[in-house]
Design a protein around this ligand. Structure first.
Ligand code: ADP
Ligand code: MG
Length: 457
């Protein structure tokens, strides 16, 4: 970890705090090869050995890092991750499976670790076979199948949008699986928009742009998940535009997912919007009751269980918008049955899910939050999603982020993405700031309490 030079030892202080906050196993798996670099502008940069570790740390350890920074420096200075230029490139092919982490990482709320993937791993379960088709996703499924059957020839680009947990990642990865099933050596690259951005920034910093371009522009199929995270990243947008053009002009396939249609992604350059609209734009909608029942049954079967009808109906009635939650309920129910050593039954489902349904009864959406906050502070959503940082805008934005963290299952990235493509550290910072304010200022605390009350309806 340390090169032994005094400077390195001293500047690894942050990692020592990280070590105290995670298990030894997690530390060894994720942080051992990480080096700290003081970026000079008062912020901290962590150099990570590869994209996979970068993804993993930024997805699962942002809170730990923020805590470590506070312990180490007593403030909330900014922290960023970059690829370590001194790490020899791993001999990897894009679809190589990463080593599985030995210990479960601290899961972000609402996010099963299953729902995460990096550019180096595809989730085995995310195949067309395991995708339950219903009215809400029939068209998206058919289009994705067509793309997988004839990449570059049917719908190009393929742009899939819909809200969180409705199967966008699943479908993009199903395309990959299908193409790989036909040709194991197919030159495809699936990655999150975040990985693309991080890799791009690292290549700028390392003066390695040609290699970056070589990597992305030579692929036959490029699939980029969560492209809405390009919001507010001008240089990355610019680079992606050229990547897109190169691939597209070669007649190769591009598939993209987003939480919003192209024109609704804040600050997305017009020329990218029009590129994205050139092919097929498909929305994936929340599943109807029958589809939810079928998904529940399928998820249980994948885990070797059969759900009685009354149980699947009960769950499908109570969980209506997010398939990730449906899946979570099945997993919990199976776990609960095993723990109690009882067969899966409606009674058990009721007991096992009473907490979850109580939480759902008060489930809050980001729209509820925005609507309450914009009314209270008399600002517009477009302001909150803009780059403006004046206090009159920044403060309500931070309040939104805080309330979203406290009242929804959205991940840091999802919340940051919604408010103008801000990154997870901004959300952590906002949340911590509002928390402190609540502790210190009873008047403000009361305002937040009332807002939360309104939001919870
Ligand atoms: P998104 O990327 O849209 O947020 P995901 O693709 O991660 O959503 O889906 C969330 C979870 O729901 C995944 O575990 C996925 O397998 C499951 N899922 C979504 N849609 C379906 C479907 N139609 N059939 C089976 N599972 C689904
Ligand atoms: Mg996704």
């Amino acid at each position: 970890m340390s090169s032994g030079e005094p400077e390195t030892l001293q500047s690894n202080g942050l990692l020592m705090h990280v070590r105290e906050l995670v298990s030894e196993q997690q530390y060894r798996t994720w942080f051992r090869a990480v080096r700290q670099q003081d970026a000079g502008d008062g912020s901290i940069r962590l150099l990570v050995p590869n994209d996979f570790v970068m993804d993993w740390i930024s997805n699962y350890f942002p809170d730990i890092l923020a805590q470590a920074v506070r312990r180490c420096y007593g403030d909330d200075r900014k922290i960023s991750l970059a690829l370590d230029p001194d790490t020899p490139p791993a001999p990897k092919i894009e679809r190589e499976r990463p080593p599985m982490p030995p210990a479960a990482p601290p899961a972000a709320p609402g996010d099963s670790s299953l729902a995460r993937s990096s550019d180096t791993s595809l989730h085995e379960e995310y195949t067309f076979e395991n995708f339950v088709v219903g009215t809400s996703n029939r068209f998206a499924h058919a289009a994705a199948t067509a793309v997988a059957e004839a990449p570059g020839k049917s719908y190009n680009p393929f742009f899939l949008h819909g809200s969180v947990g409705l199967g966008k990642t699943h479908l993009l990865q199903a395309i990959c699986h299908q193409i790989l099933a036909k040709d194991r050596r197919a030159n495809i690259l699936y990655l999150s928009c975040e990985s693309f951005t991080n890799h791009f920034i690292a290549s700028l910093e390392n003066n390695d742009l040609p290699a970056f371009r070589q990597k992305y522009r030579k692929v036959d199929v490029l699939l980029v998940d969560d492209i809405h995270l390009l919001a507010n990243k001008e240089r990355t947008q610019e680079e992606f535009f050229h990547t897109f053009n190169t691939i597209y002009n070669l007649g190769r396939q591009i598939a993209i997912s987003s939480d919003a249609p192209p024109k609704d992604i804040p600050t997305l350059q017009e020329r990218l919007v029009s590129r994205f609209k050139m092919g097929l734009v498909v929305e994936i909608a929340p599943p109807d009751f029958e589809t939810r029942v079928n998904i529940l049954k399928r998820k249980a079967r994948l885990r070797g269980h059969t759900l009685p009808d009354d149980v699947s109906h009960y769950l499908a009635e109570h969980i209506s918008t997010n398939i990730r939650e449906l899946e979570g309920s099945v997993v919990r129910l199976i776990g609960y049955a095993a723990l109690e050593n009882q067969p899966i039954s409606l009674d058990l489902a009721r007991v096992a899910l009473s907490d979850a349904t109580a939480a759902r009864a008060t489930a809050v959406t980001i729209h509820d939050i925005v609507s309450a906050v914009t009314r209270y502070f008399n600002v517009k959503l477009s302001d909150l999603q803009s780059k403006r940082r004046t206090q009159s805008i920044a403060f309500p934005r931070q309040v939104c982020m805080y309330v979203a963290r406290q009242n929804t299952n959205l991940s840091l990235e999802e919340i940051g993405g919604y408010f103008g493509g801000r990154d997870h550290t901004t959300v952590i910072y906002a949340t911590e700031k509002i928390k402190r304010m609540i502790d210190e200022d009873p008047h403000q605390a009361e305002i937040i309490r009332r807002l939360e009350k309104t939001v919870r309806g």
